[in-house]
Design a protein around this ligand. Structure first.
Ligand SMILES: Nc1ncnc2c1ncn2[C@@H]1O[C@H](COP(=O)(O)OP(=O)(O)O)[C@@H](O)[C@H]1O
Ligand SMILES: [Mg+2]
Length: 311
């Protein structure tokens, strides 16, 4: 069952009156997100990530294309849909003088919660997002990481089935970002929420997402798990070997070996598929009487894939 089924979504922004300008933010994007998945939209600035998220979350209407979210058409049935989804931005802005508890309660009231139901919901979200010690702190005094946690708590106030997170760890220190990612992973694990997030951090996409959509210039250029993306780009994996004798002439010509290089006494063979080629190489080396002293296998970083795709 799909949480999101978007076909050929197009969105062009027109701005300026004297000298009109057109920005083709989305140029025919299709996306299918299964229920319970975490899907990442990864891409450089201006790729169209926020625009796509906003359309899926009913905040913008597409120029053309068909978008069904939780079984509803985003344009015609936005009202019914809005109760079942929510969105948080990594650049949140709330009334600076309100306290954390008040902000969450304010949004709860917008969804019709009141009295003890509202109080219980606010308590639960403060607990879930580990905001207990800051409940009475004014928003303006919070660190960036805490502000983003308030935004996350706020986005859960209507108990959404589908959550959109726009750059949820923007500008966070690595350890704070890591904790935010744990919160996000837990929302899916414990509550089964479907999550679509945008990021330009490869590590984040790799750690959190079941599938990554690489988006650039309003188009999805590649999609898959981080492993699939790496294979699609054909960067290969590196099998590094410490050998005795240190050089073996035929290694570069062995099946599946794309190239061979030497570095610090290691022979680094880039192979198409390490799981398949490593045993073959070890058998062949053994047969030739070459001693293998050490072996190291490394995948390319998703970062390298990103650089390759963004070219
Ligand atoms: N409201 C708007 N009016 C005009 N242009 C916009 C508007 N929102 C976004 N854009 C343009 O659309 C493109 C995609 O923007 P956006 O979706 O925000 O990208 P991303 O989130 O991937 O950085 C950019 O070129 C941006 O300048
Ligand atoms: Mg954006």
């Amino acid at each position: 069952m799909l949480a999101i089924d978007a076909r050929d979504v197009v969105k062009t922004f027109r701005s300026g009156w004297f000298r009109p300008r057109e920005t083709r933010a989305l140029q025919g994007v299709s996306l299918a997100v299964p229920r319970g998945a975490i899907v990442g939209l990864l891409g450089p600035n201006g790729a169209g990530k926020t625009t796509l998220l906003s359309i899926l979350a009913t905040l913008l209407t597409p120029d053309s294309g068909r978008v069904t979210v939780l079984g509803h058409d985003v344009t015609r049935e936005a009202g019914a849909l809005r109760r079942r989804l929510n969105m948080a931005s990594g650049r949140p802005s709330f009334l600076w003088s309100l306290r954390v508890g008040e902000i969450i309660a304010f949004y709860g009231r917008l969804y019709g919660l009141s009295g003890s139901t509202l109080r219980r919901r606010v308590d639960a979200l403060i607990e879930l997002c580990e905001l207990g010690p800051y409940r009475r702190a004014p928003y303006s005094e919070l660190s960036t990481g805490l502000k983003q946690r308030v935004a996350l708590a706020k986005s859960l106030v209507n108990d959404p089935e589908l959550l959109f997170l726009d750059e949820p760890t923007l500008g966070l220190d690595p350890d704070v970002a890591g904790r935010m990612r744990e919160h996000i992973a837990r929302l899916r694990r414990e509550q089964g929420i479907t999550i679509v997030l945008t990021t330009h951090y490869m590590r984040e996409a790799e750690e959190l997402c079941d599938e990554i959509e690489f988006i650039k210039g309003g188009r999805i250029l590649a999609r898959g798990t981080s492993g699939e993306l790496k294979r699609q780009i054909g960067l290969g994996e590196v099998v590094a070997l410490k050998l005795d004798p240190p050089r073996v002439a035929w290694l570069g010509e062995a099946p599946g070996v794309l190239r061979c290089a030497e570095a610090d006494g290691w022979v680094e063979c880039t192979v198409d598929d390490a799981e398949k080629r490593l045993p073959e190489l070890l058998r062949a080396l053994h047969a030739e009487g070459v001693i293998v002293r050490n072996v190291r296998v490394s995948e390319p970083e998703l970062e390298e894939v990103f650089v390759e795709l963004a070219k």
